[in-house]
Design a protein around this ligand. Structure first.
Ligand code: DC
Length: 229
């Protein structure tokens, strides 16, 4: 059997990256956080003072950019033109820009090949919005991981507060709902569940239960594949 790709898609704040990172670690797979790549482009756009609505301006920046994921002791670092921007991309402002740039077709095209080639280099667990539908439509394991907007907002709120950021619950819920709307209604690669993805709603699960549920889905799928071959 060749390399295994696990595609995990879902809305923001479903705990996707935390769950996906932990599951990848336990399986010994490389974790690929595609949202971080959109965030890095969002950061580059923000720093250049380009308007989030200026699709042509955003597309024009792409030739100047290199986005790489590097791994150090199993931790992913995001490099924008060689600079480690792993922390700088984790702010609400950059989340806003990431959402804007991710609606630009040229940006999606720019990242598509990079993401596909990562899946050719080993066993990976890739998380995003369009991994099971567009990037890796043939991935043998696909999971659509979600939770209610309220649950996701509460989790995000606690996460941001822990990082010392001054936010209100109302603001975070508003941002979550708004990003869902943007991600689900955009013309290119909107967020949707692939027909062959397993739906996992983590609203009533703890982090550990969510990780276990993801591992169970993956292990069961791999077992089925081994029986088929
Ligand atoms: O998962 P995240 O919050 O880091 O994602 C940041 C933004 O990038 C979010 O608005 C959705 C978008 N995104 C996307 O369009 N496609 C992906 N594969 C991953 C993220």
């Amino acid at each position: 059997m060749g390399y295994i790709s696990v595609a995990i898609d879902g809305p923001s704040g479903a705990g996707k990256s935390t769950v996906a990172r932990a599951a990848a670690m336990r399986l010994g797979y490389v974790y690929v956080d595609t949202g971080a790549m959109y965030r890095a482009i969002g950061l580059a756009v923000c720093r250049r003072g380009i308007d989030g609505e200026d699709a042509a301006g955003i597309a024009a920046v792409l030739p100047e950019l290199t986005i790489q994921l590097a791994y150090e002791n199993g931790t992913q670092h995001v490099l924008l033109c060689g600079e480690d921007v792993s922390d700088a991309i984790r702010t609400p402002e950059i989340a806003y820009y990431a959402s804007k740039v991710s609606a630009v077709p040229a940006v999606r095209q720019f990242l598509l090949e990079t993401q596909r080639s990562m899946a050719k280099s080993g066993n990976i667990l890739m998380d995003g919005r369009d991994i099971g539908t567009v990037i890796l439509p043939d991935a043998p394991v696909k999971i659509f991981l979600t939770a209610s907007a309220e649950t996701r907002a509460e989790r995000r709120y606690l996460e941001l507060r822990e990082k010392g950021q001054q936010v209100t619950r109302e603001r975070v819920l508003h941002d979550v709902v708004e990003r869902d709307r943007q991600d689900m209604t955009r013309a290119v690669a909107p967020l949707r569940q692939a027909a062959d993805a397993v739906l996992l709603d983590t609203s009533d699960m703890t982090l550990e239960q969510s990780i276990q549920a993801v591992l169970q889905i993956i292990e069961k799928k791999i077992e089925d594949l081994n029986h088929e071959s």
